[in-house]
Design a protein around this ligand. Sequence first.
Ligand SMILES: Cc1cc2nc3c(=O)[nH]c(=O)nc-3n(C[C@H](O)[C@H](O)[C@H](O)COP(=O)(O)O)c2cc1C
Length: 189
Amino acid sequence: MQKKRTEPTVFINPVPLVMVSCGDERGRSSIITVGWGGGLCADPPFVGIAVRRDRYSHGIITDAGEYAVNLPSRELLAAVDYCGTISGRDRDKFADTGLNPQPAGELDWTALIHECPVNLECRVEEVLRLGTHDFFVARVVASHVRETWTDDRGRIRAPSEELLAYCTGTYLSMGEELGSRGRSFGPGA
Ligand SMILES: Cc1cc2nc3c(=O)[nH]c(=O)nc-3n(C[C@H](O)[C@H](O)[C@H](O)COP(=O)(O)O)c2cc1C
């Protein structure tokens, strides 16, 4: 394969999308769509999100030290796009999208998004100051999962066709299964 050396890039695609809700003591709140985030550690459970310093949400999360990661399903695409385009400085994104705030179990000021099938309540433990973006490393202190997405052993079983991904300006649905973990190599794969 011929390759061209480019400027150093962060091109790791596609990415999953999450809707991060946040609120603080002063009554500010927002929902920000985030593509640069993910799970970091299984036990104890940690996640991280990269938020640009000039985002309204950045100040809220910095002050509150908490946020909620809400995983949208594909029917929430319009709200995902809206929350990723409009700032909470100018608009109330819960009111505009029709999403309903759901009280958190552990967090002090942050509401969860009722319509999202997975909600992770997160407390910030470290902030990595990287440049344009800061990376908020947070412990997951409570999780909520749509009942039909759990099996009888409590494991999460999300239907892949309901999940959303994003790649270079385009929203994608997941769906086609290409193989199973641990069984996609060797003879017969
Ligand atoms: C698909 C998509 C992914 C995004 N990912 C990020 C991200 O990872 N970090 C970030 O700071 N902004 C990201 N944004 C931009 C913010 O969601 C957007 O600027 C939002 O309006 C900020 O809201 P706020 O000003 O209320 O915080 C993304 C936007 C879209 C549409």
